[in-house]
Design a protein around this ligand. Structure first.
Ligand code: PRP
Ligand code: URA
Length: 210
C-alpha cells in the first residue's frame, strides 16, 4: 500500500463508521455521524499545517505564540456527498475558505462528469483539502485533483470516509504527491463500482434520495 496513505485508526471514528455502515441507520443519524467523523478527521488532516511564531502580551508578560502561517486553508467539497463532510471540518477550522467541484459518476461508464467548479481566489498561495466520502474507482477524486492542480495550490490532500485498494491505486498512480486520509480501507469494489462491504451510496444515504 502507498506511503502517502494515512489510515486514521481511532476507536471513536471506527465506532461511528460502524453505525454508518448499518443499513438501518437513519438519514438523520447518517448525516450527524458523518459530521462528527469529519471533525475528528479534520484534526488529523491539519496536523502538519505550518505555523509561525508571533509576539503577544499576556496579562503578565510578552511571549511567543504559534499562529497558522499563510493564507487561509481551502476545503473543497466534491459534490454532492462531499458537502456532508464540510460542516464538521468547518467546526474545527471556521475560518477556512470553501470551494465546490460538481462531479457525478456516469452510471454506465463510471467516468466522472463535471458540472460545477467554484473555488476561492489566490489558490496558488493556499493549501487545499479535497473531501469526498467515497474513494471507489478513484475516477472522481482523480478528476477533482487534476482540476485543482491547474491552479497550482501550495499543497493538496484528499480526505474521505471509506477507500478501497482499487481507488487508492488509481489515485496514487495519477497523483503520487497527494496524501490520502481515510479512517478505513475496505476489501474491494463490486461489478457496479460500489465499495464492499462499504455503506452503499453515500449521497443517497445522506440526503434520503433513494
Ligand atoms: C459518489 C461519491 C464519489 C464517487 C466515488 O458520488 O460521493 O464522488 O461516487 O466514486 P468513484 O471513486 O468511482 O469516482 P456520486 O457520483 O454517486 O455522486 P453524488 O455525490 O452526487 O451522489
Ligand atoms: N459511491 C458511493 O456513494 N458508494 C460507493 O460504494 C461507491 C461510489
Amino acid at each position: 500500500m502507498s506511503e502517502n496513505l494515512f489510515v486514521v485508526d481511532h476507536p471513536l471514528i471506527s465506532h461511528k463508521l460502524g453505525i454508518m455502515r448499518d443499513k438501518e441507520t437513519s438519514t438523520r443519524s447518517f448525516r450527524q455521524l458523518l459530521r462528527e467523523i469529519s471533525m475528528l478527521m479534520a484534526y488529523e488532516v491539519t496536523r502538519d499545517l505550518p505555523v509561525v511564531q508571533q509576539t503577544v502580551e499576556t496579562p503578565l508578560q510578552q511571549t511567543q505564540v504559534p499562529r497558522l502561517e499563510g493564507k487561509k486553508l481551502v476545503f473543497v467539497s466534491i459534490l454532492r456527498a462531499g458537502t456532508g463532510m464540510l460542516d464538521g471540518m468547518l467546526e474545527i477550522v471556521p475560518s477556512a475558505r470553501v470551494g465546490h467541484i460538481g462531479l457525478y459518476r456516469d452510471p454506465k461508464t463510471l467516468e466522472p462528469v463535471e458540472y460545477y467548479f467554484k473555488v476561492p481566489p489566490e489558490m496558488g498561495d493556499r493549501e487545499v483539502v479535497a473531501v469526498d466520502p467515497m474513494l471507489a474507482t478513484g475516477g472522481s477524486a482523480v478528476a477533482a485533483v487534476e482540476r485543482l492542480k491547474k491552479l497550482r495550490p501550495r499543497k493538496i490532500k484528499f480526505m474521505c470516509l471509506l477507500a478501497c485498494p482499487e481507488g487508492i491505486k488509481t489515485f496514487h498512480e495519477a497523483h503520487p504527491d497527494v496524501a490520502i486520509y481515510t479512517p478505513a480501507v475496505d476489501d474491494c469494489l463490486n461489478d457496479k463500482g460500489y465499495i464492499l462491504p462499504g455503506l452503499g451510496d453515500a449521497g443517497d444515504r445522506m440526503y434520503g434520495t433513494r
